[in-house]
Write a protein that binds this ligand. Structure first.
Ligand code: SF4
Ligand code: SF4
Length: 328
């Protein structure tokens, strides 16, 4: 615990209390604190969405997201997980040892890893994509959760175990390449795997699968790709016109499990987009689902458009869709 605390103390000691992070974050703004206000931030660590906006804007380069993540890990160590086991019981029960895991359709060399959220809200598109990859390139599919939700609440031991086990299962199947279609899985799991990792848009382009999307619309970037825009540049190939980036919405509301303790803030993020007349594209199943749930009916994930299913997010049967993946 000492070591973890020292990490964020060293980082935050550079804070000049310019309040820029506070002005750019609904959570920090609500409580009137900066990332440098570590005592209060530590108490409120589970109210944060781990979106990284504070890290982007800080003039002295304090990584607020990492500060909060380390505070959460320290809390879990200090109380042996009592707080998280109570507050996030259902999520932990599902994701720590993923209940709907299915490796029956894994193939050697390369597999699609759609994560847990995309198949929940886009079951038809997942099916079509799996069929196309199998027919065109002999690529199979594994249904698995990358473990990020468990890592986000600070369960470091569980995080390590999940990664080790996923790696072990992939290697046991002879997998050499994992195709990720969720930017969260990519940012989180991708860096831990020893096998090659590619994003789905890179792979579709390589295989010559998919149609271009007419018009650019507005683009909502998921938190993990906001700074690097790595996925965005691969997606640009599939957009006939350049899309306008949405910069003034902090998060879809699902990030970091912050919505559990801040449901109103989580819901409020989408309000700026609710009445926008044009199509809003995104490339994260969780963002598309949550923005739609919160009233943004014009949100479209780019993948169903590229593959021609034009599927809208199924926010009603998402859990059932996810459960089904175990039996496919
Ligand atoms: S933006 Fe950086 S320096 Fe400014 S208050 Fe926040 S953490 Fe401190
Ligand atoms: S990570 Fe996001 S929600 Fe958390 S403090 Fe930073 S800006 Fe606010």
């Amino acid at each position: 615990m000492m070591e973890e605390q020292q990490n964020w103390t060293i980082d935050t000691s550079k804070c000049v209390h310019c309040h820029i992070c506070q002005k750019n974050c609904a959570f920090l703004g609500k409580y009137g604190i900066d990332i440098g206000d570590t005592k209060r931030l530590d108490e409120l660590a589970y109210h944060c969405f781990l979106c990284g906006r504070c890290s982007e804007v800080c003039p002295v380069k304090i990584d607020g997201r990492r500060v909060v993540a380390e505070m959460r890990r320290s809390r879990v160590k200090a109380d042996q997980g009592a707080f998280v086991n109570k507050k996030y019981k259902r999520m932990i029960a599902e994701k720590k040892d993923y209940l709907y895991r299915n490796y029956k359709h894994a193939t050697e060399k390369s597999v699609l890893f759609p994560g847990c959220n995309f198949p929940s809200v886009y079951p038809k598109t997942t099916k079509k994509l799996a069929e196309l990859l199998l027919e065109n390139a002999g690529i199979g599919i594994v249904y698995e959760c990358c473990g990020k939700p468990v890592a986000d609440i600070g369960m470091e031991d569980a995080e390590r175990a999940v990664i080790r086990e996923i790696e072990g299962r992939l290697l046991a199947k002879g997998v050499k390449e994992v195709i990720l279609l969720c930017p969260n899985c990519y940012a989180y799991l991708g860096k831990h795997l020893s096998v090659r990792v590619v994003n789905i848009y890179e792979k579709l382009r390589e295989l010559g699968i998919g149609e271009k999307i007419a018009g650019g619309g507005r683009m909502f970037r998921p938190c993990p790709d906001r700074e690097k825009k790595e996925w965005l540049s691969d997606i640009a190939y599939f957009m006939e016109e350049k899309s306008v980036q949405i910069e003034d919405v902090q998060c879809c509301g699902l990030g970091g499990n912050g919505g559990v303790l801040e449901p109103e803030l989580a819901k409020g993020f989408s309000q700026k987009l609710k009445d926008a007349p044009e199509t809003i594209y995104t490339y994260c199943g969780s963002c598309a689902g949550n923005l739609t749930r919160n009233g943004c009916r014009q949100v479209r994930h780019v993948l169903p458009e590229i593959l021609g299913t034009y599927e809208k997010p199924d926010t009603v049967k998402s859990l059932i869709n996810r459960m089904r993946t175990k039996y496919l």
